[in-house]
Every structure is written in structure tokens, then in C-alpha cells.
Design a protein around this ligand. Structure first.
Ligand SMILES: *[C@@H]1O[C@H](CO)[C@@H](O)[C@H](O)[C@H]1NC(C)=O
Ligand SMILES: *[C@@H]1O[C@H](CO)[C@@H](O)[C@H](O)[C@H]1NC(C)=O
Ligand SMILES: *[C@@H]1O[C@H](CO)[C@@H](O)[C@H](O)[C@H]1NC(C)=O
Ligand SMILES: *[C@@H]1O[C@H](CO)[C@@H](O)[C@H](O)[C@H]1NC(C)=O
Ligand SMILES: *[C@@H]1O[C@H](CO)[C@@H](O)[C@H](O)[C@H]1NC(C)=O
Ligand SMILES: *[C@@H]1O[C@H](CO)[C@@H](O)[C@H](O)[C@H]1NC(C)=O
Ligand SMILES: *[C@@H]1O[C@H](CO)[C@@H](O)[C@H](O)[C@H]1NC(C)=O
Ligand SMILES: *[C@@H]1O[C@H](CO)[C@@H](O)[C@H](O)[C@H]1NC(C)=O
Ligand SMILES: *[C@@H]1O[C@H](CO)[C@@H](O)[C@H](O)[C@H]1NC(C)=O
Ligand SMILES: *[C@@H]1O[C@H](CO)[C@@H](O)[C@H](O)[C@H]1NC(C)=O
Ligand SMILES: *[C@@H]1O[C@H](CO)[C@@H](O)[C@H](O)[C@H]1NC(C)=O
Length: 626
């Protein structure tokens, strides 16, 4: 114990010594910085040239100061630019101070290395015209007022003025010809939507003021090809009623990186003439928080048609919408309709290969696990039973009025807080939020089969595991009983939630040969069984030989699902999707096995059938919590 303490002390001391010795700054910069500390109200009695670099917010390089980010402690601090002469700083961040506009321009001469200036809650009311050596200016909570010209901020590719204190402010475009400058990120608080004619803007964020007019937004038809457009109206005294621009139905993205256009709005109540048809639009994500209604006052789900391969994520939350069509939602990769007033049962549907909501692999990045949730219906009034297909979707069903039996895909993982969060606030017959662990329902999970396939590159392989109720967050680990290879695999990629995982492996041929001999696979996962790790054994021949493995290297997010009998490139309400009683996913695949192309795996590929045919031992473990 004592020795340990000593070691800690020693390490600590040598570390401190090391740091302080490395960074002793030049005396003149030290004195200048102490003067700044004093002005802002910091106690400087203990600061030394060798300790000042350890202060919070101060960065140094060798013997000079390179960054200053300081809190203001005193009240009503007035700052002069002649106090800030630091030849080597690249970043300056101050807050809650009184400063002249001229300070911004003076920094270009006083601090010639400066790249970024941030001043939060300062008194800037204008960016003076002049030559700036820096290009990034963050001015949240400042005092811009009245008319401003966009030419004023043209020196700054990145300019942010969110949450401006004054409410009467207009940014006017007085350009008469195109400029060669680009605003990469522009955030303005303004009472009118700026006219961007002749300007290039990538990402634009608008903070609406109280005097922003309701109704049709002038100039919005003139927006250039943006990568992002964000509206914020959360802090207004009265919520704005704005007319949703139908021109978005034909919005085309530019040719910048990613070809993206993300539309996002919060705190604005949008009124729209009719439901949106976005099938010709190139919008890539669409998000409305708080308010979307038709002009007749009805509140249906506002979009009827999209191109799901482009529009990846749709959020319409906290917006009082009261109906939704699952035939539409299932075509979209990510859906958030939380916090509405939807009162209905979830229909029992069959998921097809075109139902992106269930793809576990990102629709844009082959091989990458989904990051966005598939379905968030939290805080609505859905009722009835949770149908089985929801287990194949990354979903949040919390705070509804679901009854019936909690599906096993949740019941088996109640030990995981994340799983409990996603089902809480319902009325399940066998589970309530406050139910003690010892009364948690029993559940059933098993591994059905495993097989090998070729990977993306030479020497890369995939080991596939299939079963029921394997979880979506369950830390699956695979090894082989009595292994001679000693192989252990962790962190597989989910291909179908709860049913199909694969490990992406790079292995030497000799190792491959060894593993190919091993037949008794042991899968462990963290489920409620023993509240830790359960083992599931599959004793049998892998359904696909490692040496003759099929090539699975293409994008195959759709593979686990049966072919959509009624495919359509654009998403629309599709009655066949919503029909009840269809066969669930993997068992209805017996006709699709004729394709034999080695490159593009078809949905319902032969491998799947093979694995079911060779099913010899079907080892399930009944989990009963004690
Ligand atoms: C500054 O801190 C020192 C001790 O750290 C203390 O003695 C001194 O009174 C403080 N000065 C002020 C102005 O608070
Ligand atoms: C600091 O700035 C001065 C003056 O521009 C320059 O000569 C010196 O090399 C800089 N030092 C470092 C460590 O960047
Ligand atoms: C803004 O700064 C002033 C000093 O200039 C200060 O009195 C006020 O409390 C600050 N406001 C906020 C929200 O921090
Ligand atoms: C825009 O107006 C400002 C202020 O009147 C002026 O300084 C600037 O030169 C004008 N810019 C253009 C491009 O006309
Ligand atoms: C916005 O519209 C709602 C009705 O949808 C109305 O109650 C409210 O008064 C309107 N607000 C404004 C500022 O016009
Ligand atoms: C689902 O939506 C609710 C309410 O908007 C939110 O609190 C929750 O974090 C979301 N769930 C997930 C998993 O993101
Ligand atoms: C939830 O459903 C039950 C019947 O299943 C019903 O009595 C109750 O009113 C519902 N609760 C809400 C908040 O709608
Ligand atoms: C999975 O492992 C991670 C890190 O080891 C851990 O934080 C997480 O809680 C585990 N998940 C479950 C469901 O046990
Ligand atoms: C693994 O080893 C144990 C004990 O040596 C033996 O009982 C068991 O049958 C072996 N399993 C296999 C699949 O060889
Ligand atoms: C795997 O290959 C071996 C020969 O190396 C063969 O005997 C065996 O039948 C093959 N198994 C399958 C499932 O193809
Ligand atoms: C939903 O459909 C599946 C597959 O056809 C069926 O097994 C299941 O009983 C159905 N569930 C309900 C609640 O109708």
C-alpha cells in the first residue's frame, strides 16, 4: 500500500516537474498575460512564467503563448486592444466583456498568427471594414442592430452570430456581381432571410428574431446550393408561423463534398399548402422539431413521397402529428416521430429488402454499422402489442401505451440500461418499469447456425452467426470449444437485428486452415441469464466451407430480407407492405436460390437456405431468471 502511494507520488511529481520545466515562457509574454488575468479579475499572486501554461484556458508552445481562453470574473470589464499583443497566439476566446468593434480589426495587427476569435456576450455591434488576417469569427450573444451588409463579414469564411441580443437586425445583400469568396459556415441572427444572390454559401443557420415576419419567407427561393440549412426559433417570445417553401420539392444539391443537403428546424411552426412530395428533391436529411401542419389545420405526417436512397433520415418530432403510415416509414433508413400525438397500433408487417428502416449497415457506407436509429416512436400513444418485426429494427418504443407480452428481444437484455430506456413507460403484461430483477420475465435465445464467407480483400473473411434474440447491443464474442487455433472473435457487425451478425476478419492462410477444422462454436453474449454472459453452443458443420467461401464483399445490407414483390424506387404508401400475416423475414426465402453470381449477393441468397438445411443441432437455452 505504502509503496503504491509512493509510486503515485513519484509519478505525479515527475510529471508535474516535466511539464513545468518544458514550458517556461518568455518574461514579456508572461507579464502581458498576467495583465490580462488581472483585468479579468483572476488572482495572479501565484502565477510564474513556468506555471502559467498550466492554467486552464492557456496553451503554450515551447516558450510562447499560443492560445488564450479565459473566463471573466470581474463585472463590467472594458477591454482595450493594446492589452492584447501576443505574436504567437492562434486562438483567443473571451466572454462577458465590453469591447469596441475596432478590437476585432486590431487583433489582425496585434496578434498576426491569430486564426480564430470568439467573443461570447460581448458588445460587438459591427464588424469594421478592413484587412483581416484571420477567417473564423464566433460572436454569440453580441449586439448587432439595424442594417448590416453581408460585405461586412465577407472576410470570414466562418462567421457565427447566434443568439444576438438585439432583435431588430437585417442582413442586406448589396453585391452587384459575383464574389470569389465562400461562406463555409454562416450563422446569422436576423429579422429577414438574407438574399444570397452572387454569394456562395455552404452551410447557413438562421436564428429568427421576434420581428421576423410570419408567413412566406422572402428570398428563400434564391438560396444557393447549400449543404445545410438550419432554422432556430426556440427562444422567441411567440412561436413563428412560417410557410414551408414548396421549392424544396425540387431542391438540387451542388457538387461539394458528399453532395448533401440537410434541412433542420427547431422552434418554428411550419405551415404547408399540401403534403410534400420530395421524390424529385435531393434533400439528404429532413428534421423538424416543434410544429408542422397543413394549411387547413390538420396534422398528418407531412411527407408522402421521397427518394429513400437520397433522403436518409426524417425527423418530425414534437409536432402534434396524429397519423403515420408504416408503409412509408419502413422505406426510410432513419425515422424519428417521437413526441407527437399518434394514437394507433403498430401494424404487423413483413420487412422486405427495400425496407431501409431494418438495414443494419449504413446505406451510404458499405460495411459500416448503422449510426442513426431506425425508428423512434417514443412519447406517443401507440397501443396494442409490439409486433415481432420491431425486433429487427433499431427502435425506441418508450413512453407509449403498449400492452401484451414484452418481446424476447428486449426481455433477454433487461440487464442493459440502454434496453430498459427504450421500452420504459409502457404497460406490458409481464414487465413494468419498477419490476424487481427477480421478477423479470423469462426469455428464449439461441444460435441456429454459423458459416464462413469471403471478405472484402485478399485474406479477409467473414464469420457469420445466425440465431434468434441475439440482441442489438450484446457484446457477442465467439470462440471454439477445445480450440486448437485459440481463435477468439469480438465486436461483430450486425447484419439483421437480433438474427444475424458477422465478424470481419483478416487472417493468414495457415490460420484459416486451422480454424476451418473447428466445428463446435461457442457464442457468448451479455443477456439477463446470470446477469452476465451466456454461452450458446452450436455443434455442427459450418454451412459454408472457409476455403470455398462465397464472396460476400459487396454491399449487402439488404441480404437478410426477402425480395420486395412490389419494389419502387421512390417511397410511397404501399399497401402490400402493410398486409398482415406474411411470412417473417428469413423463412420465406425458398424460391430465391437460383442466382449464383459471385459478386452481387442477391437478397435471400442460397447461403441462408443452406444454413437452414444443414441445421442439425438446434440448441436453445431457456433462460429463467432466478
Ligand atoms: C490571492 O490568493 C492568495 C493565496 O493564494 C491570497 O493570499 C490572496 O489574498 C488572494 N488575493 C486576492 C485579491 O484575493
Ligand atoms: C513567435 O512569434 C515570433 C514573431 O512572429 C516568431 O519569430 C517566433 O518564431 C514565434 N515562436 C514560435 C515558437 O512560434
Ligand atoms: C454578459 O456580460 C455582462 C458584462 O458585460 C454581464 O453583466 C452579464 O451577466 C453577462 N450575461 C450573461 C448571460 O452571462
Ligand atoms: C455594400 O455597402 C457597404 C456599406 O454601405 C459598402 O461599404 C460596400 O462597399 C458595399 N459593397 C458593395 C459590393 O457594393
Ligand atoms: C400561429 O398559428 C397558430 C395556429 O396554428 C395561431 O394560434 C397563432 O396565433 C399563430 N401565431 C402567430 C404569431 O401568428
Ligand atoms: C427518442 O426520442 C426521445 C424523445 O425525443 C429521446 O429522448 C430519446 O433519446 C430518443 N431515443 C434514442 C435512442 O435516440
Ligand atoms: C392505455 O390503454 C388502456 C387500455 O389498454 C386504456 O385504458 C388507457 O386509457 C390507455 N392510456 C392512455 C394514456 O391512453
Ligand atoms: C459491452 O461492452 C462495453 C465495453 O466493454 C460495456 O460498456 C457495455 O456495457 C457492454 N454491454 C452490455 C450489454 O453488457
Ligand atoms: C472438449 O474437451 C472436453 C474435456 O476434455 C471433452 O469432454 C469434450 O468432449 C470436448 N469437446 C469436443 C467437441 O471435442
Ligand atoms: C468442406 O471441405 C471438405 C474438404 O476440404 C469437404 O470434405 C467437406 O464436405 C466440405 N464441407 C462443405 C459443407 O462444403
Ligand atoms: C404477425 O405476423 C407474423 C408472421 O406472419 C405472425 O407469426 C404473427 O403471429 C403476427 N402477429 C400478430 C400480432 O398478428
Amino acid at each position: 500500500m505504502r509503496i503504491l502511494n509512493f509510486i503515485y507520488l513519484f509519478t505525479f511529481l515527475s510529471l508535474t516537474l516535466c511539464l513545468t520545466q518544458a514550458q517556461t515562457i518568455v518574461q514579456s509574454q508572461f507579464e502581458d498575460l498576467v495583465a490580462v488575468f488581472n483585468l479579468l479579475g483572476h488572482n495572479t499572486s501565484k502565477l510564474t512564467p513556468s506555471s502559467i501554461c498550466l492554467e486552464r484556458g492557456i496553451s503554450c508552445n515551447i516558450d510562447v503563448i499560443t492560445g488564450i481562453q479565459l473566463e471573466t470574473i470581474s463585472e463590467n470589464v472594458v477591454i482595450q486592444s493594446n492589452l492584447f499583443i501576443f505574436p504567437n497566439i492562434t486562438q483567443l476566446k473571451l466572454s462577458n466583456i465590453i469591447m469596441e468593434n475596432q478590437f476585432l480589426l486590431d487583433m489582425s495587427t496585434n496578434c498576426p498568427s491569430i486564426n480564430v476569435i470568439t467573443c461570447v456576450n460581448c458588445t460587438i455591434s459591427q464588424v469594421p471594414y478592413g484587412n483581416y488576417k484571420y477567417g473564423t469569427l464566433y460572436l454569440p450573444e453580441n449586439q448587432f442592430e439595424g442594417t448590416h451588409y453581408l460585405s461586412e463579414i465577407l472576410p470570414f469564411p466562418i462567421f457565427h452570430n447566434p443568439l444576438n441580443k438585439k432583435q431588430n437586425i437585417n442582413w442586406i445583400n448589396n453585391f452587384t456581381q459575383p464574389t470569389d469568396r465562400t461562406f463555409a459556415e454562416l450563422t446569422l441572427t436576423t429579422s429577414s432571410f438574407p438574399d444570397f444572390t452572387y454569394l456562395r454559401v455552404f452551410s447557413f443557420t438562421i436564428y429568427l428574431t421576434d420581428s421576423f415576419p410570419n408567413g412566406v419567407i422572402t428570398n428563400i427561393e434564391k438560396i444557393p446550393k447549400l449543404t445545410a440549412l438550419n432554422f432556430y426559433g426556440d427562444l422567441l417570445q411567440q412561436k413563428k408561423n412560417l410557410t414551408f417553401p414548396l421549392s424544396f420539392e425540387n431542391y438540387k444539391v451542388g457538387s461539394f463534398p458528399n453532395n448533401k443537403f440537410d434541412f433542420k428546424s427547431s422552434g418554428v411552426n411550419w405551415h404547408i399548402a399540401r403534403k410534400l412530395d420530395l421524390s424529385k428533391s435531393e434533400i439528404t436529411s429532413f428534421s423538424i422539431d416543434a410544429g408542422f401542419e397543413l394549411q387547413d389545420g390538420s396534422k398528418p405526417y407531412p411527407i408522402v413521397k421521397t427518394n429513400p436512397s437520397l433522403l436518409k433520415s426524417i425527423t418530425v418530432k414534437n409536432s402534434n402529428i396524429n397519423t403515420v403510415d408504416f408503409g412509408f416509414l419502413t422505406k426510410i433508413f432513419s425515422n424519428d416521430i417521437s413526441g407527437n400525438q399518434i394514437s394507433m397500433a403498430i401494424p404487423n408487417i413483413t420487412l422486405y429488402n427495400t425496407d431501409r428502416i431494418a438495414w443494419s449497415i449504413d446505406q451510404d457506407v458499405p460495411g459500416k454499422q448503422r449510426q442513426l436509429i431506425g425508428l423512434n416512436i417514443s412519447h406517443n400513444n401507440f397501443y396494442g402489442e409490439v409486433p415481432q418485426w420491431v425486433c429487427n429494427v433499431d427502435a425506441d418504443i418508450s413512453y407509449n401505451n403498449f400492452t401484451g407480452i414484452l418481446p424476447d428481444c428486449y426481455a433477454c437484455y433487461l440487464n442493459d440500461q440502454k434496453v430498459r430506456d427504450r421500452i420504459q413507460g409502457n404497460n406490458f403484461q409481464n414487465y413494468q418499469d419498477d419490476l424487481p430483477e427477480s421478477f423479470w420475465p423469462s426469455c428464449y435465445a439461441y444460435v441456429r447456425s454459423f458459416f464462413w464467407s469471403k471478405g472484402k480483400t485478399l485474406n479477409s473473411y467473414m464469420l457469420h452467426i445466425q440465431g434468434q434474440t441475439l440482441g442489438i447491443n450484446s457484446n457477442i464474442t465467439v470462440d471454439f470449444e477445445n480450440s486448437t487455433s485459440g481463435a477468439v472473435f469480438k465486436n461483430p457487425i450486425m447484419l439483421k437485428a437480433n438474427e444475424w451478425y458477422y465478424f470481419d476478419l483478416i487472417m493468414e492462410p495457415s490460420m484459416v486452415a486451422k480454424i476451418a477444422q473447428e466445428n463446435l462454436i461457442r457464442v457468448s453474449l451479455n443477456d439477463v441469464y446470470g446477469h452476465s454472459t451466456s454461452f450458446y453452443l452450436f455443434d455442427g458443420i459450418p454451412s459454408e466451407n472457409i476455403t470455398y467461401a462465397r464472396d460476400y464483399s459487396q454491399l449487402y445490407a439488404q441480404t437478410p430480407f426477402p425480395q420486395d414483390p412490389n419494389p419502387d424506387t421512390s417511397s410511397e404508401s404501399n399497401p402490400t407492405t402493410s398486409s398482415t400475416g406474411g411470412n417473417g423475414g428469413s423463412t420465406s426465402t425458398s424460391t430465391a436460390s437460383t442466382t449464383d453470381s459471385g459478386t452481387t449477393p442477391e437478397p435471400n441468397s442460397a447461403i441462408l437456405i443452406c444454413s437452414i438445411d444443414t441445421l442439425m443441432i438446434f440448441l436453445g437455452i431457456l433462460i429463467v431468471s432466478l
